[in-house]
Design a protein around this ligand. Structure first.
Ligand code: ATP
Length: 527
């Protein structure tokens, strides 16, 4: 019949258009029926091999961050062959297909100078193998390749196979996209895990948490007591005080240290996404959920989950979290299967949960569930004797980071650090030292390398008795003198730096009886 005209001859075997239509129909059905599109890839590759009578078939996926093409799924390749399937863009046949964005057919594979045989795909037929590789596009960008190895037939020009693979590649775009996201997520988790493992030994003996004040010693004692238990811990304290570091120590000192440690910043995840992040979702649970995804509770199974900023969790999610804490069970969004998780909870907040309960923004029952072992980290201003040690620690840290050798901080600078009230706590202190390290030109941190906020605070302390007007004038005079010194007496540059007009600056100079020319050769002195 006309319709059944032979259009291809894979391995010299006749093939009709109905076979191709059937293959494409089967592939589309497999894709439609599946809950998780990425799990369809292996059976589809098998169908391709059966239809083309080929030995192996595989998908390689382009990793966007690394510009590396990695075999993501295969049929007919051993795990060892698959693991060798990593190519740079431009490397070997696969790398060239990605680079050129064009299909490639290599007949007589053994003779090709482009074919690296990195994955040992050459069969016993050797030179009698043919390799076909086509690019897979998404919005005109190559996202991966689909390849197959089959026996060489001199009668075949492989045009129909190339065309068929290109059509199948187009059908698989969504699955490739999902697989790529999964591969990138796994890579990210591996990297995070590696980072955590590298810090784990330090965290175990708290050596990265600095503090020898009695208040911090008390915190360390409590941490070492509670870490060994399975109890839920609620870490409280102002922002930048080290709550996350304490959570790290609890996990890495516990018997779950080798198991996953999953962190969730409840305030950083948009309200619409928080539940799918925590509980995961099934395919089709909401628009955009094109595959099943595990949530953080599933990922944390056997380990610890750290719920940072728990005070910012929406009320609707609080109810569901309560159930997980009470029963350790939950369902994925859009799913009916009840899943169990063996997870230890560590929570943190800088918000006043008691106040939030009064205003109806935080559930009381949840509060009592998480407040099993409350741990308060005192603000830095309440343990100022930790400051010198922290300063030392951060100088060493930034010396290492910047390959510098700052070895001293002047007494005056240290006095300023001790007088300041540190509303941003240790994070603010760390930022201050990092900046001062960059500004230290003679390997010494001077008081003038510190931000003006610290300097003004000290001056305010000194001038409190003078009254408001006099204090402001005194500070204004000092700021102008400092700017004049830095700008070697130049009125134009000084006014630019202070963001006032030259006329205004002139008025201030006469008010304070300052002569700009006196500052031409003045050394930079602290205000
Ligand atoms: N005792 C400490 N020793 C060394 N570094 C510390 C200490 N406390 C805090 N830091 C540093 O201060 C910064 C802030 O710490 P962390 O993120 O743990 O604070 P946090 O209380 O969780 O803050 P937030 O409430 O804003 O999330 C980090 O860079 C951390 O390394």
């Amino acid at each position: 019949m006309e319709r059944d005209t032979t259009i291809c001859n894979h391995s010299g075997q006749p093939c009709n258009i109905n076979d191709e239509m059937n293959l494409l129909f089967d592939i589309s059905q497999t894709l439609i029926r599946s809950q998780d599109v990425s799990s369809t890839l292996s059976p589809i590759l098998k169908m391709v091999c059966t239809h083309l009578n080929s030995d192996s078939s595989f998908l390689a996926i382009l990793n966007r961050q690394r510009s590396q093409i990695v075999v993501g799924e295969s049929y007919g390749l051993s795990p060892a062959q698959e693991s060798k399937g990593k190519f740079k863009v431009g490397e070997g046949v696969i790398g060239r297909v990605v680079e050129l964005a064009r299909p490639v057919v290599i007949e007589n594979l053994g003779d090709s100078k482009f074919f690296s045989n990195k994955m040992n795909q050459l069969t016993n037929r050797g030179a009698n193998d043919t390799f076909i590789c086509v690019p897979i596009f998404q919005e005109e960008q190559v996202v991966g390749t689909l390849s197959t190895t089959m026996s060489f037939s001199p009668k075949n020009n492989y045009e129909s196979e190339k065309r068929l693979l290109s059509i199948i590649g187009t059908m698989l775009v969504q699955a490739v996209k999902t697989k790529r996201t999964q591969m990138e997520e796994i890579e990210k988790l591996r990297a995070e895990n590696l980072g955590l493992k590298q810090t784990s030994s330090k965290a175990k003996n708290f050596s990265s948490i600095i503090g020898n004040s009695s208040k911090m010693k008390d915190v360390f004692n409590q941490v070492s007591l509670v870490a060994k238990t399975q109890s839920t811990v609620l870490i409280r304290g102002e922002s930048g005080i080290g709550k996350e570091m304490i959570a790290d120590s609890i996990h890495f000192s516990s018997d779950r240290a080798e198991k996953p440690f999953i962190k969730v910043n409840c305030s950083a995840i948009p309200e619409a996404l928080i539940e799918s992040e925590l509980f995961g979702h099934e395919r089709g649970a909401f628009t955009g959920a094109d595959s099943r995804r595990k949530g953080r509770f599933e990922l944390a199974d056997g380990g610890t989950i750290f719920l940072d900023e728990i005070g910012d969790l929406p009320m609707s999610t609080q109810v569901k979290l309560l159930r997980v804490i009470q029963e350790r069970t939950f369902e994925r969004l859009g799913g009916t299967e009840t899943l169990k998780t063996d997870v230890r909870f560590v929570c943190a907040t800088n918000r006043n949960l008691e106040e939030l309960m009064n205003t109806g923004e935080f559930r009381e029952d949840l509060f009592y569930r998480i407040n099993v072992f409350p741990l308060f980290i005192p603000a830095l201003r309440e343990r100022k004797n930790d400051i010198p040690l922290l300063v030392d620690h951060f100088i060493q840290k930034y010396n290492k980071q910047n390959n510098a050798s700052i070895h001293r901080i002047t007494q005056r600078a240290m006095d300023r650090l001790m007088m300041y009230s540190w509303p941003g706590n240790v994070r603010e202190l760390e930022n201050t030292i990092e900046r001062a390290c960059i500004m230290a030109h003679d390997n010494v941190i001077h008081s003038y390398s510190l931000p003006t906020t610290l300097q003004i605070e000290e001056n305010i302390g000194e001038h409190k008795k003078d009254g408001l007007e006099e204090t402001i004038s005194s500070i204004e005079k000092q700021v102008i003198q400092k700017a004049l010194t830095e700008n070697k007496g130049s009125i134009r540059r000084t006014s630019e730096q202070l963001k006032i007009s030259e006329r205004k600056l002139g008025l201030r100079l006469s008010k304070y009886n300052i002569k700009a020319s006196d500052y031409k050769n003045k050394k930079n002195t602290p205000i």
